[in-house]
Structure formats: C-alpha cells, structure tokens
Design a protein around this ligand. Structure first.
Ligand code: 13P
Length: 287
C-alpha cells in the first residue's frame, strides 16, 4: 500500500523503533525489499536518489514500476516512494511523477537559502499529499554524486527548519555515506541529544546506515531517530552473492546464465540484509 511516510514515522517515534529506508536501483531491488517488508509485516520506505531515478530511465518509470509491483504482489504493509537527497527541481519532478514522499537536501546552501527553499517545498509537498524530509548539517562521504563534508548540525538551525512544518529531519551527527573508515569517531550522541531536545516530537533521520554498529543504532533510536537509511550494504551483499555464483561457475552450468537465475542469489542477499536491518531497527510486526 503506497502511502506518505509521515504517519509511519510518527508511530515509530512513539513506539521507539525505526523504519528502514532501503534505496532501490532496479526491479530486483524493489521486489526483494517489498517481499521482505510484507513477510515481516514491517512498514518500509523505498529510497530513490536522483542518480538511481535517472538510471531507471526517469521518475515516472520508478513510480509506475513500484505502484504496479505493490499491486501485483498484493503488498498490504505501508510503503513510501521517497526521493533521497533531492534537488529543488528534482523534488518538483517527483511530486509530478507520483512519489509519495520527498527529501529536499538543501544542506549545502547557506541556512537562510535552505530555509527559503525548504519552505516552498513543504507547501508543494503537503498540497499534493506527500511527506517531506529536510536536511541540516551534512552527511559525510558521497551518495550517488551528492558529496557532504559531514558537518554536525546546529540544534538551533534544526529547530528553524523543523518549524517550517517538515515531516522528518535529517541532521548530520558524524554519520557518513558508504563504508565507514577505520578511524571513524562514531556518532555524535551529544549533538543528537541537543537536536532531539530542540525539535521535540519531530522524527529524526539517520543517513549512512551501512556499517553503524548495533549498539550505536539502538542508542540513536532511543534518542529520537525514527528512520534509518541503508543503501551501500544492500549493494555489497548483492555484489558478493553474485560474485560467488559466477566464481563457482554456476552461470556456465545448464541455463545458469538466465538472468532470472544469475540475479537470484543477489536478490536473496538483499532480502537477507533487509531482514537483518529490520530486526535491528525493531520495525517487524509494526505494520
Ligand atoms: P549508506 O549507503 O551508507 O547505507 O547510506 C544510505 C543513505 O543514507 C541514503 O540516503
């Protein structure tokens, strides 16, 4: 069931668990995530970066595929189709293309400009029934061409953005997209506590979910994080399972080259990774 992401995150915040955002790249990704969410009775958010949208030939293709698949598979758990790290123009394109949720990443603009642009998009999203995520501070590393320096968010700026009526807020707290370097200092819980106190009931979003140790994830949830984004980890598990299949020569046995066979171990690996994350985030049986 395709819905905006607001209600599922308000519930998650109240229930002290987090909903997973898993980024999609193609049909296999989408199918694996939807089937796992349905099996585990978990609400889920499908993240679509602008790069992944382009790869899938455009946002309209994405919504047509996800909405049709949701119906054909008989998915009854809440599913949001969410733009990840959207530009100002990209957000409007996704509203028109039938997304149910958008993220405007104005974190690289000076705060006044981030506020001005976020305000316009809050109005546009809500008029059309979508939920909206905004960002303050930045997520380190690179997410599909979006590069961040990893600045820790200022709680006062978080409050100003939250007060615009956004539905959930991504605040940089030392988190990084991609694999964490060996010398990573960990999440800044002191900053998270201050941001949480400043924004009150607003659900907070933790980007860069790949490779964050379980104890840090749990602590972040206890301090107000209600949505956790995972992308790289599904890519890594898909690649490892596909490599194992090819290295075992299975693509050369019988009709092992058939894409439905060749991609099956990778698709199963995505299901396993999503399940593992949902267990950790505590969102199973919450739909
Ligand atoms: P990872 O690729 O580090 O899991 O981060 C995903 C993300 O935050 C998407 O916005």
């Amino acid at each position: 069931m395709i819905v905006a992401a607001r209600d599922m995150l308000v519930e998650a915040k109240k229930g002290k668990y987090a909903v997973g955002q898993f980024n999609i790249n193609n049909l296999e990704w989408t199918k694996s995530i939807l089937l796992t969410a349905q099996e585990l009775k978990a609400p889920v958010i499908l993240g679509v970066s602008e790069g992944a949208g382009k790869y899938m030939t455009g946002f309209k293709t994405v919504t047509a595929m996800v909405r049709a698949m949701d119906e054909e598979l008989g998915i009854t758990v809440p599913v949001a189709i969410h733009l990840d790290h959207g530009t100002f123009d990209g957000c409007f394109k996704c509203i028109r293309a039938g997304f149910s949720s958008i993220m405007f990443d104005g974190s690289h603009y000076p705060i006044e400009e981030n506020i001005e642009k976020t305000k316009v998009l809050v109005e546009a999203a809500h008029v059309n029934g979508l939920s909206i995520e905004a960002e303050v501070g930045s997520i380190g590393g690179e997410e599909d061409g979006v590069v961040g320096m990893g600045e820790v968010a200022d709680p006062a700026e978080c409050k100003r953005i939250a007060d615009l009526g956004v539905d959930f807020l991504a605040a940089g707290i030392g988190n990084i997209h991609g694999v964490y370097p060996a010398n990573w200092k960990g999440l800044d819980f002191d900053a998270l506590q201050k941001i949480s106190a400043a924004v009150g009931e607003m659900p907070l979003v933790l980007h860069g979910g790949t490779g964050i140790p379980a104890d840090m994830i749990k602590k972040a949830i206890s301090l107000g994080v209600s949505k956790i984004n995972v992308n790289t980890e599904c890519q890594l598990s898909f690649a490892a399972a596909t490599r194992a299949y090819v290295e075992a020569g299975k693509d050369q046995q019988g009709k092992g080259f058939d894409p439905r066979k060749l991609l099956a171990p990778g698709a199963q690996a995505i299901c396993d990774t999503v399940k593992e994350k949902m267990e950790l985030f505590g969102c199973i049986n919450k739909a």
